[in-house]
Design a protein around this ligand. Structure first.
Ligand code: F6P
Length: 742
């Protein structure tokens, strides 16, 4: 609709411009013709009158003179005639001729000097045309001037009426023309274009046919394009069929790379149409209102980064808290919306939470108690009774909604994500013993001693053990979990199988190191190198640059990283004005005081270091606190000399893997905290203890001085690791583990 309005507005503006220009020219031409005609008539009249007035003036017959001039009163458009002597006195004048209108005006003055002539005079009341001729005596000397005054207002009136007529006509044109253009554009251009777009989309997604193209094949304008698209769609269909056939054949061989196609094929053959239900607190797409528009975005979340491609490949339903301010506006009455919004592949069911539920469940128990409890980052957990009550309430609310979705589903497969839903597995298992349930814990699991400070540790463990599979990123977290269960609750533990049996129910504890959707597709060529302009717009002008990308979270070790940069500049002064560190840190969990304080501290620290070393417009640290989309991050990953990940403790850390995946030039260095899950497998990284600024600084220095050959060797090894175990394989293994439980 907006496009149609723009086209109509442009067309109407053009027509209006043309009409106004033509009217202007028409009015000027008409006015000139009328003025010339009036001048000519007045001159002829004045010359003929001159013959009768001159004798009367010479014989000084006042009454004869007055009679003559009176004869010309009230003869439209003639206003009248007057005689003015050399002293400037009006000797005789018709009734409507005023002294001011004839004495001292240019034509009269010229006539008294022997020159005939006229000019237009504008007064507040009217426009006059005044023409004067000299009156001479017998000797030929000028004795007076005879002035003829014509009313010229009708010339202006004609101009006004031409303007108004044309403007009225213009309005009628604009209405008719605008409506005609709108209809034409809509029916002749937009509708066929929409049909073409729909066909291209169905070709891309492999859903829908070529029906929409049929009418266009007869359309004069779009016929060639429609034929081309029809051919392209057929070729794509064939390619897709071949890819799926190949994926089916590859299923037999576990060591060939996993792709979206292979996962889809795996799910088709393995699950035989059984749907998958994913449950998480964070939704994969959020809708927000900006003015009259509703926009959608993908939240900054490693969990979403990992699971979105899986759901896109597998389909099914994702159940999550609807947190966007326009989320309700796009869902149906049961909270459902098809996503991705631009190319729907699965259903997102949103659960609505009250503000006090969010405060207690998300801000409170999840992020002020469990998050610091599980991350050994020296931030003390806060356990509040009211948060625990809300945590139980929200887990119950999700359980209720999920169970109502599963009413008619036999043996549903449910994949619960993260520490927000520790109680959910048991709630679901009690109501649906036939459901196959997995819970994946995206954060670390601490030692039994660390976990033992939680007042509700038994309830949490019992809740989690409602699942058939309890998954963690690393074997170490599995070991910690099993030790915690052994310490806290009564159960039978099988250390060989890594299984816990309670009340005849067995839960298997397994590591699934999460990854990203890296398949090492088409390699880019050299010319495809990102433009360095993305750096200069951020004020980065140095040859070398390092990158950090994290949510603003105290577990990410951003302050420790800045300390390391400070140490690097102190010790290796050659990097001053030659190296810049770009830190991208979008805000996170701002309802929690610790996070707000941390955000402020990070900004302060960046300012302090910049003040200390900044020189000639160079700032050593560029801090960006807005959310960057994946496609905005990609060129930064590809341009960075070094990517620095210094989490104090991190379940996996997918930023490290995304950096590696982006480096198809097989250069660049990853400096990685030894306390991340990723450090277990990314052997090509320079591992550091983030608590030591000196050690991290030295690693950054080593990265910046590393030879291209060594960079290549390390990067290649890491890329092979991620390619071998990408997120498609992660989810296939998780799904297989959950769905194969007897
Ligand atoms: O790392 C744990 C985790 O829940 C991830 O799964 C997720 O990417 C991240 O924290 C973001 O958390 P939130 O949903 O609170 O923004």
């Amino acid at each position: 609709m907006r496009q149609v309005l723009i086209i109509v507005a442009v067309a109407v503006t053009a027509v209006t411009g043309v009409v106004l220009l033509f009217t202007h020219v028409q009015v000027r031409t008409e006015s000139d013709v009328l003025a010339r005609d009036l001048e000519q008539r007045t001159r002829i009249l004045a010359e003929s009158l001159q013959e009768s007035v001159e004798p009367a003036y010479i014989v000084q017959s006042q009454s004869a003179l007055q009679r003559i001039v009176e004869r010309f009163a009230n003869r439209q458009p003639l206003v009248g005639v007057a005689v003015v002597d050399r002293a400037g006195t009006v000797v005789a004048a018709s009734e409507h001729v005023s002294e001011a209108g004839v004495v001292g005006v240019v034509p009269t003055v010229s006539a008294l000097q022997g020159e005939s002539g006229g000019s237009f005079l504008r007064t507040a009341e009217a426009t006059m045309y005044v023409y004067a001729v000299p009156l001479t005596d017998e000797t030929g000397e000028v004795t007076a001037a005879m002035v003829v005054v014509q009313d010229a207002s009708y010339i202006d009136e004609r101009a006004y009426s031409t303007w108004w007529n044309n403007i009225a006509r213009l309005l009628a044109y604009v209405l008719l023309f605008g409506a005609a253009v709108a209809l034409l554009v809509r029916w002749v251009v937009l509708r066929p274009l929409m049909a073409l777009a729909a066909t291209v989309k169905s070709a891309r997604t492999g859903r829908g046919g070529l029906k929409a193209l049929e009418p266009l094949k007869q359309n004069l304008f779009f016929m060639p394009l429609a034929r081309e698209i029809s051919e392209m769609t057929k070729s794509l269909g064939q390619a897709r069929h071949a890819a799926s056939e190949e994926a089916r054949l590859r299923l037999q061989k576990i060591d060939t790379p996993w792709t979206a196609e292979r996962l889809k094929e795996f799910i088709r053959t393995y699950l035989k149409g059984r749907p998958i239900y994913v449950v998480s607190n964070r939704e994969p797409y959020a809708h927000t209102r900006r003015g009259n528009e509703i926009l959608w975005s993908v939240p900054a979340s490693g969990m979403v980064t990992a699971l979105e491609p899986v759901m896109a490949a597998a389909g099914g339903m994702w159940i999550a808290h609807g947190g966007g301010d326009a989320d309700r506006e796009v869902t149906d009455e049961s909270g459902k919306v098809a996503v991705p919004p631009d190319d729907p592949k699965y259903t997102l069911k949103r659960i609505w939470l009250e503000p006090e539920e969010i405060k207690g469940h998300y801000d409170g128990f999840s992020n002020e108690a469990l998050w610091p409890l599980c991350h050994t980052a020296h931030t003390r957990p806060i356990f509040r009774n009211e948060d625990w009550a809300m945590y139980k309430r929200v887990n119950g609310k999700f359980a209720e909604q999920i169970l109502s979705e599963l009413k008619d589903v036999q043996r549903p497969i449910i994949l619960i994500q993260d520490y927000h839903f520790a109680l959910l597995p048991q709630m679901l298992k009690d109501a649906r013993p036939d459901a196959q349930i997995g819970i994946f814990w995206h954060i670390p699991w601490p030692s039994p001693e660390a976990f033992s400070i939680c007042p509700w540790r038994k309830e949490l463990l019992e809740g989690m053990l409602g699942a058939d599979i309890v998954g963690f990123h690393t074997q170490q977290y599995c070991n910690n979990f099993l030790d915690t269960v052994g310490k806290e609750i009564e159960s039978l533990i099988d250390f060989e199988q890594f299984a816990v049996t309670r009340d005849d129910h067995v839960s298997y504890i397994k590591p699934f190191p999460i990854s990203i959707a890296f398949t090492n597709g088409a390699e880019r060529d050299e010319a495809d190198k990102p433009d360095k302009k993305v750096l200069s717009v951020l004020g980065i002008k140095t040859e070398r640059f390092g990158l950090g990308v994290d949510r603003m979270d105290y577990t990410k070790g951003i302050l420790e990283r800045f300390k390391a940069i400070e140490f690097l500049l102190e010790k290796h002064t050659k990097y001053r004005e030659k190296f810049t560190f770009l830190q991208i840190a979008p805000p996170s969990r701002e309802g929690v005081e610790k996070y707000r304080e941390y955000g402020a501290a990070v900004k302060q620290e960046a300012d302090r270091i910049n003040k200390r070393f900044g020189k000639n417009g160079w700032r050593p640290i560029v801090l960006e606190t807005r959310h960057y989309t994946h496609s905005e991050l990609e060129p930064l990953y590809r341009l960075a000399d070094v990517c620095v990940v210094t989490s104090l403790h991190d379940g996996m850390n997918l930023v490290a893997k995304e950096f590696v995946a982006a480096r198809d030039d097989e250069s660049g260095v990853l400096v990685l905290s030894q306390f991340t899950g990723a450090a277990r497998t990314l052997k090509g990284a320079l591992l550091v203890n983030p608590y030591s600024a000196e050690e991290t600084a030295e690693a950054v220095h080593k990265a910046l001085s590393m030879s291209p050959t060594e960079q290549y060797r390390r990067m290649r090894a890491m890329r092979n690791t991620i390619k071998d175990y990408n997120v498609y394989r992660w989810s296939a293994e998780l799904i297989k583990a959950v769905a194969s439980i007897a």
